[in-house]
Ligand binder design. Structure first.
Ligand code: AMP
Length: 279
């Protein structure tokens, strides 16, 4: 498996392997190759940029990289699993004073990007032509230098755009970190094992185990509030009129759910992290 050796995807990729119980044996910055502690997986540490080619060419069987890099290179690889980190969007932006307000307004103008393939295809799909200027770093500075009228660059918080006097006008592509394998790989079983092992941690991170007590008379009302596709477990408490409700809910919904549960008469509300979850 190829893992990002540096950059934004390195730490979260290593943390995912660690949480999955298959961390590298020698997690030092300088090591380029290693073996997993508890699993028979050889690890190769390379730039996130190079992972798609390594997988396509069969140097490794799978790897972790950004979805944007796969789309850019159009490699013979397939996405095995979305990993729930490395979120960013390839966003078009112009100088604050520029009149453009949408991608359509960039037709025929010069656009600086480090994703020329992806951007040309995205513009062509909208029936727009654009003059692409390929730059490999510091894309945001291009309009100030007169190199381009606009940029299309990866953005997560938008602070880099703002600090360079740029205004976002449209999203070209949404990206996140992914586990990839070679298209039509012969070792489907090994791929499935990795999908299950890493996927169990990804699913668990996105979910919380919720417990609360509620008067039996309001149980139906409370269950209807739960944003869960599965059926919650209901347990009778030993000494009261209350019942205990257990359910797995999306972590992102917890903040809005808690006050609703309280209003519904719930008490002793607990939310717990989940280590692994296989659906
Ligand atoms: P690296 O150049 O090694 O730091 O990795 C860049 C990859 O990290 C990109 O191709 C994206 O998939 C991902 N990424 C996530 N957030 C951002 C961001 N704000 N800016 C650039 N890349 C990001």
């Amino acid at each position: 498996m190829a893992l990002p050796s540096k950059g934004r995807l390195r730490e979260p990729s290593w943390a995912l392997l660690e949480a999955s119980g298959v961390a590298p044996q020698e997690p030092s910055e300088r090591v380029l190759q290693s073996h997993c502690r508890n699993a028979d997986i050889d690890l190769l540490f390379v730039r996130a940029d190079d992972v798609p080619e390594y997988v396509q060419d069969g140097v490794v069987d799978c790897g972790i990289t950004g979805l944007d890099l796969i789309e850019e290179r159009q490699c013979g690889v397939e996405v095995l699993l979305r990993l729930g980190f490395g979120y960013c969007s390839l966003t078009a932006a112009v100088l604050q004073e520029d009149p453009a307000n949408s991608l359509e307004d960039l037709a025929g103008r010069r656009i600086a990007t480090s994703h020329p393939g992806l951007v040309s295809r995205a513009f062509a799909a909208r029936g727009l032509s654009a003059d692409i200027v390929t730059v490999s770093g510091s894309v945001e500075i291009s309009p100030r230098l007169g190199l381009a009228d606009a940029v299309v660059d990866l953005v997560s918080t938008g602070s880099t755009l703002r600090s360079n006097g740029l205004r976002a006008i449209g999203v070209v592509f949404e990206s996140e970190a992914v586990l990839i394998g070679r298209t039509g790989t012969s070792d489907k079983e090994a791929a499935q094992t990795l999908i299950t092992v890493l996927g169990s941690v990804v699913n668990a991170r996105e979910s919380r185990y919720l417990l609360c007590n509620v008067p039996a008379s309001r149980l139906e009302e409370l269950v209807a509030l739960l944003p869960t596709t599965g059926s919650p477990s209901i347990m009778q408490l030993a000494s009261t009129e209350l019942v205990s409700v257990h359910a797995v809910v999306p972590a992102a919904d917890i903040w809005s759910l808690l006050p609703q549960l309280e209003r519904c008469g719930a008490s002793s509300i607990l939310t717990l992290s989940i280590e692994r979850m296989v659906r």
